[in-house]
Design a protein around this ligand. Structure first.
Ligand SMILES: [Fe+2]
Length: 259
């Protein structure tokens, strides 16, 4: 198993190539693979997100708008995964995460609503909220379709693990660069930062750790799930990186052209 992270100094870096482990999976090889994939994703995100700091404000608004589609689809995919999982610690933990995503009974506290308040505060017009990239709609639709078709273990890798652990990685790096943008600095007092404080702080790190521990117990209870779990995770990383790449391509067409 190895990860080749093809980072380059260009504005639109190529995606990391993830080579899957070819022999028998066990807990050790699985977590080695997962950790290496996460490290490669972190390095890629760090390199990509630097471009946010100098992006024209309109492109930045478009960039931020595209992320909302991930948060929306993540919720329904997580609900679908919950319906498929057996009773146990992982199912209970993911149900708690789903409830938090939906505002724990208060619709105004649902994370997509909180994110939309951030978008409104950076002056994204309401009528532009539904303008998702066709390529990304396709990616998200394909993930949902696979979740329907495949075993729950694949779904755990795809959404239970990928969404919660990788998502936080990208968001933290995104926030780090986003807040350095001159527009964000000048308007910081009137921008609604709540989504970012929820998703880049202690609470989200704890979520990631709890998810990892629950998945580890799930693997110990169902070792036969490992190949599907690893496949789902690999699929998630590829989809997630492509999702962001499409957003960069749409928001930074000129820099893409010189690469
Ligand atoms: Fe969330």
């Amino acid at each position: 198993m190895s990860l080749e992270n093809s980072l380059s100094p260009l504005a639109a870096p190529s995606l990391p190539v993830i080579e899957m482990h070819t022999g028998e999976w066990d807990r050790r090889t699985f977590w080695e693979f997962a950790d290496a994939a996460k490290a490669a994703t972190e390095a890629l995100a760090a390199q990509k997100m630097k471009a946010l700091e100098g992006m024209p404000v309109e492109a930045l608004r478009q960039f931020c708008t595209q992320y909302r589609f991930f948060t929306i689809e993540y919720i329904s995919d997580l609900a679908l995964l919950l319906a498929k999982l057996p009773f146990g610690g992982l199912r209970s933990l993911l149900s708690q995460i789903l409830s938090e995503e939906l505002g724990e009974g208060d619709a105004s506290r649902a994370h997509p609503e909180i994110y939309d308040r951030f978008l409104a505060s950076i002056e994204v017009p309401r009528e532009r909220l539904d303008q998702g990239l066709a390529a990304n709609r396709k990616i998200l639709g394909a993930l949902t379709a696979q979740l329907w078709r495949r075993d729950p273990a694949f779904g755990v890798g795809l959404r239970g693990m990928g969404g919660e652990c990788l998502c936080q990685t990208y968001l933290s790096v995104m926030f780090e660069h986003l807040r350095l943008h001159p527009y964000m600095q000048e308007n910081t007092d009137r921008i609604d930062w709540e989504f970012w404080t929820i998703h880049t702080g202690e609470e989200d790190i704890v979520h990631g750790e709890l998810t990892r521990a629950a998945i580890d117990r799930y693997i110990q209870e169902e070792p036969g799930a490992l190949p599907d779990l690893a496949q789902g995770y690999e699929r998630s990383i590829t989809a997630w990186n492509q999702f962001w790449q499409n957003i960069f391509d749409a928001c930074l067409p000129k820099q893409r052209a010189v690469s």
